[in-house]
Design a protein around this ligand. Sequence first.
Ligand code: ZN
Length: 142
Amino acid sequence: MIVFRSDDGHAAMVRLEPGTDLLDGLNAAAADLGIEAGTVQIVGAVRRLVVAYYDQETLEYLPFHRYDEGMEISGGVGNVSLKDSKPIVHIHVTGANRAGEAFAGHLMTGTEVFMIEAYFRAFGGPAPVREHDETVGLPVWH
Ligand code: ZN
């Protein structure tokens, strides 16, 4: 990955290399940057997109949506917080195929980077910590 840090050290622009797993790459970038809390946004393209939809009735992710084609990442908005004492990226993305059809969801591992530009911004306060929540069924901020 290629990193450009802001002068004040609180933000960075990062390019992920082709072939990188997108979610793993974002998690590695957050860890390398020392960001335990903050925001992340991405733009670029992927060779394969894997996203998930969370069923609010069963409190489970439905079988993942996997798109085995090149897609433009037209938007990705997420955050960084702590889970099991490690920075973890939670991000939702929208990908568009060559027909201009868009697909979106919770980013899962398995998404292969073609070219991704990410922007991280560190939050200057205590990091939210993810812990399992019975009502939501997910590790959320407490
Ligand atoms: Zn999500």
